[in-house]
Every structure is written in C-alpha cells, then in structure tokens.
Design a protein around this ligand. Structure first.
Ligand code: GMT
Length: 384
C-alpha cells in the first residue's frame, strides 16, 4: 500500500506513535509518506520506502495566524494525487482530520476518492477537542473520516460521551518495539546516579500541567523520608520551573536530577526501579508502557486508559489522581521488598509483550484494507 501519515513532528506521544507505525509499515514493504511541518523527531535515518514532505507556509503580513490547516490540505491534495496514495492516516484530530476532509473534497472534484483514517490520541478529545473553540469541527471531521480509531477503550468511551459521533470506532492500542525498549545493562551509569545503592524513581513527560509533575516531586519526597532514593526527571515543558522550585524549597536537591529532553529513554529506564505517572488525564500512557518493556513497574493514577496497561497489584499500583500519600506508600511497598520488586518487574515485561508492535501493526494494516474496501463498495453503490 501507499500510505500517507500526517502527524505532529515533535516528541508528543501521538507523533511518536505515528512515526514508529510508519517505520514499521515501511519495513513490511509499504511505501510511507510522512506529511508534517517539520521532520518527525524519530524519523532520523534514511529508509528507501519512507518519504517526508514538509508543509511550508507562505509568510504574509496579513497572516497574524498563519493558516496551517489550509497549507496542509493543499499539500495533501498534491501528495495524494502525485504519489497516488491508497490511504491517508491522520494522527491527532486537530487540525489534521479537518484538513484531510478538505483535501478529500477537493480530490473528489477530480474523481479521486481517498480514504481517510483518523486516530484520536487523547487531548484532542479530552482537553483541547471538547473546548467550544474546536468541538464542532472535531465532531464533524471525526464523522466524515472513513475510519476512526482510538488508542484505548477509555478514549473510545470519552469520544462517544463528549461528541455526537455516528461512526463506529475501532480501538487499536498503542504499541512498543521490544527490540528497542528492553532492559540494558547500565550498571556503571546506575553507580554514578546512585553511588550508595539508592533506589531510582523516574518520570518522563513533556511537563505539561496534565502530567502533575508537582505530584511526582511530592511522592518522591515522601519516599525519601523512609528509603534512600534518587529521582530522575526526563523531559521539559511549562511545569519544569515549578518542579525545580519545589525541590529547592524542600531541600535535598542533590537527590533529584533534571535531565531535560533525552532521546535514549530506554537506556535511562535501564537504571530505574520505579516509574511515576500521576497524570490527571491520560488516554493511554505510552511512557508507562515504555517503562514496563524495560522491566520497570509503574506507580500511577487510575485515569483514562492507564488501567488498561498498568495492572493494579501486578505491574504496579493505581491510585486516585492527587493521592500522593497512597502513591508514595505503594512505591515503598516495592522499594522495600526486593523479592516483590523483582516479581513486579517480570510482570511488567510480560504485560508489555501484549503490546508488541509486531502484534499491533497488522491491526492497522487490516484496518486500512477494510476502510479502502468499504469506500470502494460505497463508491460503486453511489454510482449505480
Ligand atoms: O500528552 C502527550 O504526551 C501528548 C499527547 C499527544 O496526543 O500527542 O499524548 C496522548 O497520546 C499518547 C499517544 O497515543 C498517549 O500515550 C497519551 O496518553 C496521550 N496523552 C494524554 O491523553 C494526556
């Protein structure tokens, strides 16, 4: 198949999923065309059947808000037509689904029917999408997509709850490449961070409010009162300053390391004993799955899709959002009992294997084929 993938090119979860999916599809022989405003972060090497098309925007003094959606729709028209794509798969509804709808209508005028699959990732539904600023367009463009997928059951339920959707939604969970995310031996690095055998807690995110990084710091300091520990904070974003300030006020800054944005997450997870994800909203929690693949149990909140991956009492523990006391106690249950920690580590890996990219990627292939076939059938019926 010739597949167009539209995504955010940054480190956000939806862009990571889109890029890894595209790479996996290409390795199975499909021709994949990425369409974005910048080269996707994880698309950092040359592959014969992967192409990248940049959406450029013409600057004009009148454009206080550059019309990206229009530029994307125009780019899509061009790529679908000249690369003869079979399907366009957009990740994150805003503004990708409505741009694809616009492109579809333009192409229809030229007798080209392009199936559009929209994958909803999380905040495009739970936070930004349901805001009245966007809601009517999000509802319309989901209903106009030929196929719609969500990354968890929970997100599917939320989509039906928040919007008037008249389409069947297919759940295709996020996935993990177990070749890349596995437990590496990084004992030398562990000794640098935790020279006296302290336990290492880790958090990875884009430090947005929804990630509740303040709770991460609070949990850590509660743990530190009872057990020697270190905290690794990976990533960057608006809440980093607040977290840094909290550490200074609470003292013991030497126990907390802010590592900023990092590429080699798997190598950092290799030295972690626990992963913290106290998010206020999370459609799936890809970062938790990455931790589990590296044999790191997860202490998390119980919102959204997190319970679909983190199994309470098996691969980690779940608590209500904001219950930092309980989260710290859960962490200590594992940090103070090595045998239990080892068991949870093994369980985490076993659970991550259920989301192996080799099982999940074919679900997208089948879904594309099914969507293409359905559209052909509808087109024939329309012409009769
Ligand atoms: O919150 C992020 O990290 C970015 C955001 C996105 O859409 O780019 O992530 C969402 O999609 C990820 C990939 O499907 C999920 O793993 C995250 O749980 C989800 N984030 C939220 O729902 C807050």
């Amino acid at each position: 198949m010739k597949i167009g993938i539209v995504c955010y090119p940054t480190y956000g979860g939806s862009g990571v999923v889109a890029t890894e999916l595209g790479k996996a599809l290409a390795s199975k022989g499909h021709e994949v065309h990425f369409i974005a405003y910048k080269q996707p972060a994880r698309l950092n090497y040359f592959v014969q059947n992967i192409f990248y098309h940049e959406v450029g925007i013409m600057n004009y003094p009148l454009f206080e808000y550059p019309p990206y959606e229009t530029a994307l729709a125009s780019k899509l028209v061009d790529i679908v037509k000249f690369q003869q794509l079979d399907v366009v798969h957009v990740h994150y509804a805003i503004p990708h689904a409505s741009a694809a709808y616009m492109a579809k209508q333009i192409l229809r005028q030229e007798n080209i029917e392009i199936p559009v699959v929209t994958t909803l990732h999380g905040t495009d539904i739970s936070l930004v999408g349901k805001d009245p600023t966007f809601a009517p367009v999000v509802t319309f463009s989901i209903n106009q997509s030929d196929g719609v997928t969500t990354v968890s059951d929970s997100l599917k339920k939320q989509t039906y709850e928040f919007f008037a959707i008249n389409k069947a939604i297919q759940v295709i969970p996020n996935f993990i490449d177990l070749e890349k995310f596995k437990k590496y031996n990084k004992d030398h690095f562990k000794k640098v961070i935790a020279p006296n055998g302290e336990k290492i807690l880790m958090h990875v995110s884009n430090f947005r409010k929804v990630k509740r990084v303040e709770d991460v710091v609070k949990i850590f300091y509660k743990v530190l009162q009872k057990a020697p520990a270190k905290l690794l904070l990976v990533g960057d974003g608006p809440e980093r300053r607040t977290a840094e300030q909290m550490c200074r006020e609470l003292g013991g800054c030497s126990h907390v390391h802010f590592l900023g944005k990092q590429d080699a997450i798997g190598e950092l997870l290799a030295i972690a004993d626990l992963f913290l994800m106290p998010s206020g909203s999370e459609s799936f929690g890809l970062a938790a799955l990455e931790a589990m693949a590296c044999e790191v149990p997860v202490i998390s909140s119980n919102v959204g899709g997190i319970p679909e991956i983190n199994i309470h009492g098996e691969t980690g523990f779940l608590s209500n959002v904001g219950n930092v006391e309980e989260m710290a106690n859960h962490a200590l249950l594992l940090l103070q009992n090595d045998e239990r920690l080892q068991q949870f580590r093994a369980n985490a890996l076993a659970q991550a294997k259920r989301f192996d990219i080799n099982h999940i990627m074919p679900l997208y292939e089948q879904y594309y084929e099914q969507t293409i076939e359905q559209l052909k059938y509808l087109d024939v019926r329309h012409k009769i």
